[in-house]
Design a protein around this ligand. Structure first.
Ligand code: SF4
Length: 347
């Protein structure tokens, strides 16, 4: 079990629910645009939002942004520790730095002390593009080097008496990325922020995140996730949410399972499944609905669902946990499923 870290009113690690993170791509000093994006991310299901704090104006903007939103905010800072100090002073909830490039021991000590005073955590974020020379010399460009760099960076912060730490160690190679996280997870008990960085755009980027994040989560590694996709960050949140739902780590929704359809299909499986999804999108309880195209395989295949339908020529079978409870005419299927759900308190 990892250590539990608090970021405002959320927790990372120690068995806390896995949080979804994303990052704005507006100019942070453009407060209206940044706030609008933060709100869109929040509505999409994001739990924690990171912003680049790369200028004094961006650090200044934190004050106003904090006044207008309650979601925990992270300042992403490189090289200039004074920006970190300013962000902390202006109320940021967490900072992300690479301790190796923040300006030396003294600068790091000042940042660690300020974070301690304000009770905010630090994410030690190391990427494949900025590995320690000593790690590269020793291991080459490998998962060991990535993990070694991250652990070295963590030790720099620990030397400042600071342990309110979350770690990330990302690269764009899924295999190397996951191997590095496995090494870190074996070595320390700090919570891990996992993701595949610079994954690119489109389907490949999403696939890299599904595999890279999903395979770690399946092994119980990872406490907070960020899908990285070029473009609108909203798609990152949707993809992260999908990963958590697919792994059963987020269960506050109605899960519609449906067969792929084939020559035996008797009902409009795709339309019905989409209608059930639409009608239940607002429900924050877990319930499974199976839409199966025929009774030949549908009854058996749908038996793990709370409710389901197996299509027949004119009439279809309504099934509950594998038992046929009634048959209804095909034009009444949607109404019947929703009525049954309502009766079960799922509405
Ligand atoms: S449940 Fe029936 S209709 Fe659907 S794919 Fe299987 S055999 Fe085909």
């Amino acid at each position: 079990m990892t250590k539990r870290i608090r970021i405002k009113d959320r927790y990372i690690g120690g068995g806390a629910e896995i949080t979804v993170q994303s990052m704005t791509n507006t100019r942070t000093e453009d407060v209206p645009a940044t706030l609008a994006q933060i709100r869109r991310l929040e509505r999409a299901g994001c739990d924690i939002v990171r912003m680049s704090v790369n200028t004094p104006l961006a650090a200044e903007a934190i004050k106003e942004i904090k006044r207008e939103t309650t979601i925990p905010l992270v300042a992403d800072i490189h090289f200039d520790h004074t920006l970190a100090l300013k962000a902390i002073e202006n109320g940021i909830d967490k900072i992300r730095i690479n301790p190796s490039n923040i300006g030396g021991d003294r600068a790091l000590r000042e940042v660690a002390a300020a974070c301690k005073d304000h009770g905010i955590p630090i994410r030690v974020g190391v990427n494949g593009g900025s590995l320690e020379k000593s790690s590269l010399d020793r291991y080459g460009y490998t998962a060991e080097a990535l993990a070694d760099s991250a652990l070295h960076s963590v030790s720099l912060l620990e030397a400042c008496g600071f342990d309110d730490i979350v770690i990330s160690a990302k690269c764009s190679d899924v295999t190397m990325n996951t191997a590095a996280y496995r090494i870190i997870s074996r070595s320390v008990d700090y919570p891990l922020h996992i993701g595949v960085t610079e994954a690119g755009g489109g389907d490949l980027a999403i696939a890299k995140s599904y595999i890279g994040i999903g395979s770690l989560l399946m092994d119980g590694i990872g406490d907070t996730i960020r899908v990285s996709v070029t473009g609108d960050p909203i798609q990152e949140v949707y993809a992260a949410d999908t990963i958590l739902k697919a792994l059963g780590l987020r269960r506050d929704f109605v899960e519609v399972i449906s067969c792929p359809t084939c020559a035996r299909t008797e009902i409009k499986v795709d339309e019905l499944a989409a209608e059930v999804r639409r009608a239940t999108a607002h429900i924050r309880k877990h319930y499974t609905v199976a839409i199966m195209g025929c009774v030949v395989n549908g009854i058996g295949e749908g038996k793990h669902a709370d409710i389901g339908v197996a299509g027949g020529k004119e009439k279809s079978a309504i099934i509950k946990h594998g038992e046929v409870v009634k048959t209804i005419s095909n034009d009444k299927i949607l109404d019947e499923l929703l009525r049954e759900m309502k009766e079960a308190g799922i509405d």
